[in-house]
Write a new protein. Structure first.
Length: 206
């Protein structure tokens, strides 16, 4: 990737407050009486679905009734999702297949404007520099982080020119694709090895 990024682009990047670059929103409070089976309801994404840089769609939880009030808690594809309260931090980009999902109060959504690419934001938030900046603003005295919309709005981060952001985003997309392919290949090899072992032990054809 020699020459892919010009170092001076990043070194000269101005620092801006995230609140001036993105719409930041919290999730809907969910209660025990809001259980599946309600008519005209949406499922909800909680912090349990956030796994580092990924969102696990199989971890959807209870449904909430649809209403005009619910709409402000709806996340859209491309939003960056972070925990509001958690013992471990993660930042994931909402995928297309979860577009329109409601997030609950254990999560915060960040919808980037034209001046900030969501892939850059997610990468910065996961980086030790971003984590340190969040920790300094949140001033949490316990093992559990308490992140608020206000904390994120006041977060200052370097913002390269848009063309540089696009080049970095393409690099990150290529890295993600390579990672996913490697994980898939490893899972496939593991599955094949298990089948070979079972066939050797039982003589069965799977």
């Amino acid at each position: 990737m020699d020459g892919f990024l010009e170092p001076f682009d990043l070194m000269l990047s101005p620092f801006c407050q995230l609140g001036s670059l993105a719409h930041i929103y919290t999730g809907v409070p969910t209660r025990s009486e809001q259980m599946p089976g309600r008519r005209c309801a949406r499922q909800v994404l909680s912090v349990r679905a956030l796994d580092g840089s990924r969102l696990l769609s199989e971890s959807l939880i209870d449904a909430v009734p649809l209403s005009a009030e619910t709409e402000k808690y709806v996340a859209h594809a491309g939003d960056v999702i972070v925990p509001a309260r958690s013992t471990s931090f993660g930042a994931a980009i909402l995928p297309d297949d979860l577009d329109g999902i409601v997030i609950n109060a254990t999560l915060i959504g960040i919808r980037c404007g034209e001046g900030l690419h969501p892939r850059l934001l997610a990468a910065y938030l996961r980086h030790p520099m971003g984590r340190a900046a969040i920790d300094e603003l949140s001033q949490s005295g316990t093992a559990q982080m308490n992140i608020t919309v206000r904390v994120l709005a006041n977060l200052r981060l370097p913002v390269p020119p848009r063309d540089t952001q696009e080049r970095i985003a393409r690099m990150l997309e290529a890295a993600d694709a390579a990672y996913d392919a490697a994980v898939h290949a490893a899972d496939l090899r593991h599955s094949i090895a298990n089948e070979i072992v079972l066939q050797a032990m039982t003589g069965a054809t799977i």
